[in-house]
Design a protein. Structure first.
Length: 422
């Protein structure tokens, strides 16, 4: 097997292995995305018990509703008329002022803002991590990108509080019963709750909806032409709750009169990145990228292996030279291949006539004698022909030719001879 065939086989094997690896990786990644466990808890992209995909798809299946996922920045929300925005599994933290003002404008323009916090079993340890943000050296204001975050609790008139949940430890969060605080038979009388967070010191604008042991865990207030709903737990919106403890009336009440429900993913870290790949997907340049990758692979292949078969180089240049031959023998071999044996003498005579000069002209008698020798030789049987003897006869006849002499030029008077006689 030649080296080129071995190299080509190796390249084909590597290509097959690479294609199989890429296919397996894509398949595994697709399975992970289908389960959704690559996303944070309470994401509408998760289909496992910790996600909210079941609620999102159930609302989207209703003919009068349209459920979507928000992957753009919250600052681009715009008008909220006829819309509801769900922030499930939201962390307890201060937020940039631009985002807070954007959600306030969304609710003020007629939207319904629903914020459901992630379950916690105890109060966070340590002080406020944002106390020193927005300040430079010596307490001076810092750059614009380090602006101090805004607390929605201070702006909206409530405080976060924490209570120990009975039977809860570091690894287990027990369920408690949150009971309804308003006279609305359409809502469930009690809902299982899985958090130690509750809302305290609330303004009069807030209306408590559910509480456990006198502690408000779900409340609502008007905001402009819209409303804001705060929930200290997100479990009742999860896929697990939709399967085990379905309370359809409560999610329907949260949606309200909206005809479009948006599940925000940006507060969980997901979003639409503004990069090269985003632009490529936007302008549908996937085919161009695939063509460039294919061209690069073909270039590498062409650089490593030639498509034309390779010739084995001789060990040395001596093999290209054949010993014991000269130019005369080469000419003889060429004549043997080109001129039949029966026409050899005739060809020699024709070439002699074609190449002779005017001073080498044969007499008619000599030419007739040569023709006679050629005819006699042609009439003999093939085995009785003697070409060397006939050739010598022709040479002898032509050697007797008379040379054509040039005419003598007359001498002018006063030449050397006349001068010598004188």
């Amino acid at each position: 097997m030649s080296a080129s065939s071995t190299s080509r086989g190796t390249l084909i094997l590597l290509a097959v292995v690479l294609a199989a690896s890429v296919a397996a990786g894509v398949r595994l990644f697709a399975l992970r995305l289908d389960r959704g466990d690559v996303h944070p808890p309470y994401s509408s992209l998760r289909s496992d018990p910790l996600g909210t995909r079941a609620l999102c798809e159930a609302l989207d299946a209703l003919p009068e509703l349209r459920a979507t996922r928000n992957l753009d920045a919250l600052t681009k929300l715009g008008d909220g008329a006829g819309k509801a925005l769900f922030l499930c599994g939201a962390p307890i933290s201060d937020d940039p002022e631009g985002i807070v003002k954007a959600v306030e404008a969304f609710a003020g323009s007629g939207g319904r803002l629903v914020i459901a916090f992630a379950p916690v079993h105890k109060a966070p340890i340590g002080g406020d991590a944002t106390d020193d943000k927005g300040k430079g050296k010596d307490g001076e204001p810092g750059p614009p990108w380090s602006a101090e975050p805004v607390s929605i609790a201070a702006r909206w008139g409530f405080e976060y509080a924490y209570a120990a949940v009975p039977g809860t430890d570091e690894n287990t969060l027990r369920a408690i019963r949150a009971e309804r605080r308003i006279e609305d038979p359409s809502l469930p009388a009690a809902v299982s709750w899985h958090t130690g967070l509750y809302f305290d010191t609330c303004d009069d604008a807030w209306r408590p909806l559910y509480a456990w042991d006198g502690k408000t865990v779900l409340m609502e207030r008007s905001w402009g032409r819209g409303s804001i709903v705060l929930s200290s737990d997100s479990y009742f919106l999860s896929n697990e709750a939709m399967h085990l403890e379905r309370r359809a009336a409560l999610p329907a009440w949260l949606v309200g009169s909206a005809h479009e429900v948006m599940f925000d993913e940006t507060h969980l870290g997901a979003g639409r990145p503004l990069g090269v790949m985003t632009l490529m997907r936007k302008y549908r340049l996937g085919g161009l990228c695939a063509a460039l990758v294919l061209a690069a692979l073909l270039f590498v292949w062409a650089s490593t292996a030639s498509l034309a078969p390779k010739h084995e180089a001789p060990a040395s240049n001596d093999k290209l030279v054949e010993r014991g031959r000269d130019s005369a023998e080469g000419l003889v071999n060429l004549l043997r291949r080109s001129i039949p044996r029966r026409r050899l003498l005739e060809a020699c005579f024709e070439e002699w006539q074609r190449g002779r000069g005017h001073w080498e002209a044969a007499t008619p008698e000599q030419e007739a004698a040569v023709r006679h020798v050629l005819e006699v030789e042609q009439t003999r049987p093939t085995r009785e022909r003697d070409l060397p003897a006939a050739y010598r006869k022709i040479c002898a006849i032509l050697d007797k030719r008379q040379s054509i002499r040039k005419p003598e030029q007359p001498t002018e008077p006063g030449t050397t001879e006349e001068q010598g006689i004188a």
